[in-house]
Design a binder for this molecule. Structure first.
Ligand code: C5P
Length: 411
């Protein structure tokens, strides 16, 4: 569910989840669990049809702390004002799956059952993820209701194409559960990067020697993916230039997949002039072996020891530093085994970056392929901090907090 790169910053936030009648309702049980793992509190409402597909008990067992099922005489409701519960307690509301009837009720402002009544009263962000038979989805009435809801500012997650439970093919499947999960978190986040375009380089690069062998490093891209997710959740338009093996990223992130440092350099520099913030977190190979050729190197073809020559790769961060324009903030990372502070200061100046984040490698709990990172952060204003070992998603969120004054200064 991608919660491995979600920051633990949602404690005290609450989502209200509405489920209407569709076989896809079972998929929301996983989403509910993932939100709970991110510390999000969840209440839920099942329409009468929704309750035919999953039960209140399923939702409660997975962590929903109130489940509404009816407007009146609802023994589960905490008080007599269940229809106002999301309005008074939740920061965002998600209706998934949203049936054709539920969309119609919402579009026309009906409040004749508990879920549509709660939605009518709710004033925060409302996310809608429909699921229905393709013929029902394409019906003019459903399409008109969907347009109305879009125009009214609902966050509308289009259904996917493919096979549906009834055996028909077409558009109407509930969109991917991860997307609903991520949009729920985004709706709970402050949109303090809205209007900004952000570029992140992440993951390793591969420098091929022959068609079967390459020079690389153990980077997984988790730190960079956490930065991408955090910037996206906070409202930025994000371009991610990804080396091989980088995990799935939020929907709407523009992903540029590359292999070598040269490819990464070209992809990143093409986007760079359009961004206000560039973060180079990729573990770019500094050197590339001179390729043996299009055919595989045979071990019998050389006596030992044999020699491989290397050439220097372009330094993306340094090039960005040289070409930086007023209004751009540039952040570099540095993987260091020791002297974090001195190395960070050196690289900050040498690469003309605005912020440098040195992370410790060669120890457990930090650096390559670790879920946590121990970093030292310096900037051009003379701020310098050593952060405790933290989950990478938390490092990412804190780094964006740290960058906010820098971004406002340069705006
Ligand atoms: O010089 P060093 O490789 O230690 O610097 C690390 C920083 O420079 C990281 O931000 C990394 O993403 C970036 N870098 C780069 N292009 C390279 C090498 C490093 O952008 N060829």
């Amino acid at each position: 569910m991608l919660d491995h790169f979600m920051p633990p910053v949602f404690l005290g936030k609450r989502l209200h989840l509405g489920l209407s009648g569709s076989i896809a309702a079972y998929k929301m049980l996983d989403v509910l669990r993932a939100w709970r793992r991110c510390e999000v509190a969840v209440t839920a409402t099942l329409t009468q049809a929704g309750a035919r597909f999953v039960t209140p008990l399923s939702l409660e067992a997975l962590g929903a702390d109130a489940v509404f099922t009816a407007m009146f005489d609802d023994s589960r409701a905490p008080d007599a004002f269940g229809h106002l519960h999301p309005l008074h307690t939740a920061q965002a509301m998600v209706i998934a799956p949203a049936s054709a009837t539920t969309l119609a009720r919402l579009a026309h402002g009906l409040a004749d059952e508990i879920l549509s009544c709660q939605a009518l009263a709710f004033q925060g962000p409302l996310i809608l993820a429909p699921a229905m038979n393709p013929a029902m989805w394409h019906a003019p009435a459903t399409q008109a209701n969907w347009r109305t809801l879009q125009e009214r500012g609902c966050i509308c997650l289009e259904p996917d194409d493919g096979g549906t439970a009834c055996g028909d093919e077409g558009r109407g499947r509930l969109c991917r559960a991860e997307h609903i999960f991520l949009h729920g978190l985004k709706a709970l986040s402050s949109q303090d990067l809205a209007g900004l375009t952000v570029l992140v380089t992440l993951g390793p690069t591969r420098e091929y020697f022959d068609p079967a062998r390459f020079w690389s490093n153990p980077s997984t891209g988790l730190m960079g993916a956490s930065l991408v997710a955090a910037a996206w959740m906070r409202g930025a338009m994000v371009h991610a230039v990804c080396g091989p093996g980088v995990p799935a990223l939020p929907p709407g992130v523009v992903r540029h997949d590359v292999v070598s440092a040269q490819d990464m350099h070209e992809a990143a520099m093409a986007v760079y002039p359009r961004v206000q913030l560039a973060i180079c977190s990729a573990a770019v190979a500094d050197f590339a072996p001179v390729p043996y050729g299009p055919r595989k190197f045979k071990k019998e073809s050389s006596t030992e020891p044999f020699t491989v020559s290397f050439t220097r790769n372009p330094d993306i961060l340094r090039t960005m530093g040289q070409e930086k324009q007023p209004g751009q903030v540039l952040v570099g990372f540095a993987a260091e085994t020791d002297d974090l502070d001195r190395n960070a200061q050196d690289k900050l100046i040498r690469k003309n970056a605005d912020v440098l984040v040195a992370n410790r490698i060669g120890v457990e709990e930090s650096g390559f392929a670790s879920a946590t990172n121990a970093v030292y952060v310096v900037d051009r204003q003379g701020r310098a901090e050593l952060w405790p070992t933290l989950p990478k998603p938390e490092v990412a969120w804190r780094l964006l907090d740290w960058l906010l004054p820098e971004l406002h200064r340069s705006a």
